[in-house]
Design a protein around this ligand. Structure first.
Ligand SMILES: [Zn+2]
Length: 61
């Protein structure tokens, strides 16, 4: 069933451009592959930073 109403529109979290929430919008909630890649890059950077863990504290006897 297809809804007769207009598609839901969200804002791209990277650049704020309106993105129609449709199956065709492959990169939603991002407006484009570029914005999606920017977000993925941010995630990768965050993961890298988190993996840089401090050594475990010495066990107290
Ligand atoms: Zn965007």
């Amino acid at each position: 069933m297809v809804q007769p109403s207009a598609p839901r529109v969200v804002s791209c979290p990277i650049c704020g451009k309106p993105v129609s929430w449709l199956p065709e919008s492959r990169f939603r909630p991002f407006c484009s592959e570029r914005c999606r890649d920017i977000d993925l890059g941010a995630w990768a950077a965050e993961e890298y930073r988190l993996s840089e863990k401090a050594p475990p504290a010495e066990e107290e006897q």
